[in-house]
Design a protein around this ligand. Sequence first.
Ligand SMILES: Cc1cc2nc3c(=O)[nH]c(=O)nc-3n(C[C@H](O)[C@H](O)[C@H](O)COP(=O)(O)OP(=O)(O)OC[C@H]3O[C@@H](n4cnc5c(N)ncnc54)[C@H](O)[C@@H]3O)c2cc1C
Length: 482
Amino acid sequence: MFSALLHRPGSPLLQDRSDLVDRLAQALPRGAVIGTGHNLSTYERDGSRDVSGDPLAVVLPEATGQVETVMRLASQAGVSVMPRGAGTSRCGGAIPLADSLVVGTSRMRQVLAFDADRGLIRVQAGVTNLAVSTHSLPSGWRYAPDPSSRRTCSIGGNVGSNASGACALRHGRTSDKLRGLTAVRQDGSRLDLGGHCQEPTALDLMGLLCGSEGQLVFVTEVTLALDPMPESAVTLAAHFRNTTAALAFAERVLCSGWTPYRIEYMDAHAIGLTERVAPCGYDTSAQALVLVELQGFDEEVRAGLEQLRGLLPGQADQVGKVRSEASDESPLWHGRESIYRAASASGAFEVLDVNVPLGRLIPTLQRVGELAATRAVPHATVAHLGDGTLHTFLTYDPSDGAARSRVRDCADDIRLACVAEGGSISAEYGVGLSRRHLLEAQYAAADLDQQRRVRHAFVSNDRLNPGKVLSSQVDFVGHVPA
Ligand SMILES: Cc1cc2nc3c(=O)[nH]c(=O)nc-3n(C[C@H](O)[C@H](O)[C@H](O)COP(=O)(O)OP(=O)(O)OC[C@H]3O[C@@H](n4cnc5c(N)ncnc54)[C@H](O)[C@@H]3O)c2cc1C
């Protein structure tokens, strides 16, 4: 478990606070700097909610040129910078250290260019994931990577964490859609990569920067590839008496030659939780539910649906009737998409985003159940079956300190069990602050050392998003909220 210490008084950097804040306020438009005496609480924590930090100040630039100024002044003052998007990180990636300047993108919300013929869009880093699709829809395009936080999370944050979602199976994750990127380095210099096509030559720096969790550069502008809206979309829901039959069906679908738009699993606990807050007709007597969505041309989707029905097991393994409905008219996804709300309704929760090879899903799900039972933690699991990402929700009463620490330990048990199965501690959210203590379970020391060397090629003195992922800083300076 990561350590959280109280704010270090007397830090020389803190004594320089007002100097730097004054210089930033002079260089930037009015209101761009939020310093001492203002309420910075919004910027002290993120979606992980576990720990909060005291930022030195918050800066909200409006354009790349202003980010260059901020980075240059911070670098000259020897102050660390923490890039922040919407702060929805679930791994403490956007919690500032006490001596860090938070540089947020909430005023960088412009669509800079839109090519409706070729399906390309260039946006500032603060534009939300959903706004990219909303802007593109009238011209028949959408932005496919679909984190569940898409209404709020920013494209800069998506690049920071290489965000993905249920449809990554068919359309890929953020890195698959990235065509160009402008970023600012620690010293305030600008980096322009890519353009209208995939980065053509030399090192794939965009690939390196995507998912680097604010530890290498500050992303300011991004060019993204869009996908055409499908003619038709249909969802099939099948309930099963046991997990084995459900996963065997999913495997037959994935081996059939069809790549579904998404194929999702929900266990009995997840079905029960979601039916309580967003009833949409899931059968609560089932042990498992598989939802499959096909998208494409009308005829193709109709044929695919017939093929799917042919892959279902005999009635003895199923519960109730199979439902298939046009996706836009069907409530079938309401339950699955309400899982975060459903978990909140049962108290507080920690959600995992672990990953295992598809062939290891059954033993892993069994192990999750055993580990949660050992620590007496209520749990519910949903999974993206296309890529083996498990989201297990571990719920607890927030007023019970012992339950909270049991949940944290149980989460680590499950992450390590996934590594033992050949999987990873994080498939989507990243490492940030709260999983960095597990990195050594995932990587050999020499591999981690090589990653740190790459970071040092971009960042000196640990001054970009310190305290996270590959940072050499051991202790996090912040508060554990009551
Ligand atoms: C309810 C909920 C559901 C979620 N579902 C998913 C999901 O389905 N899939 C998924 O992948 N994630 C999911 N997440 C996690 C989170 O939303 C994503 O990681 C998202 O991409 C973070 O975007 P953000 O704008 O909030 O970034 P922040 O939380 O502000 O930052 C995330 C990381 O990116 C860095 N960063 C932010 N902006 C920049 C920038 N401009 N330049 C460089 N680095 C930057 C930060 O330093 C930090 O390390 C979920 C979170 C919540 C709360």
